[in-house]
Design a protein around this ligand. Structure first.
Ligand code: FMN
Length: 199
């Protein structure tokens, strides 16, 4: 698929078929996430990948899945793969303390006006979503309802790591249709969004 088609077609999926994804398919999606830009090429975003039923159940129990799904309440939980991107801010502090970054205003301080670890994790998520669409798969990025620490703890992730949410992946259910806010709101046009040469 051409990039513009991927971008136009991509949308969040909230009803998944339970069919497992092949390991090579999952790896292709993760490889896309690995290729995103990262601040200082820190490449500190790592991925906890859940395919086994027991692991996914531990995850869903920790994030209190009730209230997530549309319809019967099981549709998102049916997704055969969950990817949780995790990242440690300490990796960025260490990276910007290295010699080639020592002149940066970020070196050695806590003055991160923009938390680059969250920027990098967001880029990874977008790459996953686009790669899923390219493979004609469904994907949903969702927040963890304030249960981020509990979810990471349940998965055995060391406490220095943070997450921004998780991505559910899988084939779209046969009865899957566009859902969520875009069914109630229209996409804003460039004339509303773009401020040329200043505000
Ligand atoms: C930061 C962020 C958090 C989101 N959290 C959720 C979520 O928890 N549950 C959900 O169903 N969708 C979630 N979404 C998906 C948005 O609702 C969706 O991207 C938006 O309505 C546009 O629809 P589209 O992605 O299908 O084009 C989230 C998206 C973003 C970017």
């Amino acid at each position: 698929m051409q990039l513009d088609e991927v971008l136009r077609r991509r949308r969040m999926t909230r009803r998944f078929a339970t069919t497992p994804l092949r390991p090579e398919t999952i790896d292709r999606l993760l490889d896309a996430a690995r290729r995103v830009p990262s601040a200082g090429f820190t490449q500190a975003v790592e991925f906890v990948v859940l395919t086994e039923r027991a692991a996914r159940q531990r995850f869903w129990a920790a994030v209190a899945e009730v209230g997530w799904a549309e319809g019967d309440g099981t549709s998102i939980v049916a997704a055969p793969v969950i990817v949780v991107p995790v990242v440690s801010p300490l990796a960025y502090r260490d990276r910007y303390a290295e010699e080639d970054k020592s002149a940066s205003s970020l070196a050695g301080g806590d003055g991160w006006a923009v938390p680059y670890w969250l920027v990098d994790a967001s880029f990874c998520v977008l790459a996953l979503l686009l790669a899923a669409e390219d493979g004609e798969l469904g994907a949903l990025f969702f927040h963890l309802q304030g249960n981020e620490a509990a979810a990471l703890g349940a998965l055995g992730v060391p406490p220095r790591y943070q997450t921004i949410g998780a991505v559910a992946l899988g084939a779209r259910a046969a009865d899957e249709r566009p859902s969520g806010s875009p069914t109630r709101r229209t996409r804003r046009g460039l004339d509303e969004l773009v401020h040329r040469e200043g505000w």
